[in-house]
Design a protein. Structure first.
Length: 157
């Protein structure tokens, strides 16, 4: 399955890229964990884990940034630490690109595979894809606020 989301930052590409690349392996996992909490709450709201909340630890791997002439991409992977076969794995690209002299687009393109074969695919189509979209959206908005916070003159996102 594929999810894409983007936001605009009122920053130059150079400024935004510098903030994005300021040790992403240190801050990206924390934002992913916070966003995953949002996804878990959404699942509980619709009855998944209502009586017994599904709680899990997961690993977030931040790859080496790749610079291209028009953009910079930071690869991210996240997967459950325990019972990985019961939860989706996600591979994503966090990307920053110039929209104009003072405007940058921060985007995420994520690919994930629902667990549990055809049962997981049916559940994903029925509901879980929307939870994945909301989780990715939450993550990217947190990343945008974090990047903007590193720039003293930036307006909050």
């Amino acid at each position: 399955m594929f999810v894409r989301y983007f936001i605009e930052l009122p920053l130059t590409l150079t400024t935004a890229e510098e903030a994005l690349l300021r040790e992403p392996q240190e801050w990206v996992p924390g934002l992913a964990h916070e966003a995953q909490g949002t996804g878990d709450r959404l699942l509980a709201d619709v009855g998944f884990g209502e009586k017994r909340r599904v709680s899990r630890r997961f690993f977030v791997d931040v790859g080496e940034p790749m610079r291209f002439p028009s953009r910079t991409v930071v690869p991210i992977a996240w997967q459950a630490a325990d019972s990985a076969a019961l939860f989706p794995t996600l591979d994503a690209d966090l990307e920053i690109a110039e929209l104009g002299p003072e405007m940058t687009q921060l985007s995420i393109s994520a690919r994930y595979k629902p667990p549990a074969g055809w049962v997981g695919r049916v559940a994903d189509r029925a509901l879980l894809h929307r939870v994945a979209e909301a989780t990715i959206k939450d993550f990217l908005e947190r990343a945008g606020r974090r990047i903007a916070s590193l720039v003293p003159s930036a307006n909050p996102v």
